[in-house]
Ligand binder design. Structure first.
Ligand code: TMP
Length: 215
């Protein structure tokens, strides 16, 4: 059995990751590639419960400190890798995941001030340092982000998307650094364009993996 590929969508809030991830699943399935669509934090019953603890304001109470927050994301990821991602890849499925380690490096490491190094160490402990075959980093302008979030969330932001603009600027800076880091096998996608155009860039980035498969 040939191991499946692990493709991750990353980027700041409102970049269109979930929509494009669903489109990619359809595209792969049309090519008879078996897939799994999943997300972080989440993707197992336990990790979805941790998602609620991290993101739902009523569940959070007084709020997590930055280290506790990073540990909760890493715990959710550990469960997700062990129970969902690794078994699917071993069974030859391609896993498309909405966010993964790069989000922890950008949000908790970059914007939260913990630094990238601690996040990689935590990932080594929690998930044996497992990394994607391709990381698609969707970037959009701050003005477009504001528009999309106002439409998507209205007044109801989650605990992290509702943080100040300064925090999200640091997230964007950290993603720019990650895009140049070979560990993530990253490709930057300009997501300011129309949905079809963005998907065309994604298809082009995924094509080499599909060609490897048919060799
Ligand atoms: P979303 O996937 O629906 O955008 O929501 C997830 C939120 O959690 C988003 O604000 C980014 C944040 N997040 C982190 O801060 N660190 C992480 O490791 C992950 C996976 C998500």
């Amino acid at each position: 059995m040939t191991r499946g590929k692990f493709i991750v969508f990353e980027g700041g809030e409102g970049a269109g990751k979930s929509t494009q991830a669903r489109r990619l699943i359809g595209f792969l399935e049309e090519r008879n590639i078996p897939t799994v669509l999943t997300r972080e934090p989440g993707g197992t019953a336990g990790a979805e419960a941790i998602r609620t603890l991290l993101l739902d304001p009523p569940a959070i109470g007084e709020g997590w400190g930055s280290r506790a927050e990073a540990l909760l994301f890493a715990a959710a990821r550990s469960d997700h890798v062990e129970k969902t991602i690794e078994p699917a890849l071993a069974a030859g499925r391609w896993v498309v995941c909405d966010r993964f380690l790069a989000s922890s490096v950008a949000y908790q490491g970059g914007a939260g001030g913990l630094g990238a190094h601690s996040l990689y160490e935590l990932h080594q402990f929690g998930s044996a340092g497992m990394l994607p075959d391709l990381t698609l980093i969707l970037t959009i302008s701050p003005a477009l982000t504001r528009n999309r979030l106002a439409k998507r969330d209205g007044e109801h932001t989650d605990a992290i998307s509702g943080r100040p603009a300064k925090y999200h600027r640091k997230v964007a800076d950290a993603f720019a650094t990650i895009a140049a880091d070979p560990r993530h096998k990253a490709c930057s996608i300009d997501a300011n364009a129309a949905e079809d155009e963005v998907f065309a860039s994604i298809r082009a980035a995924v094509q080499p993996l599909i060609e490897q498969r048919s060799r």
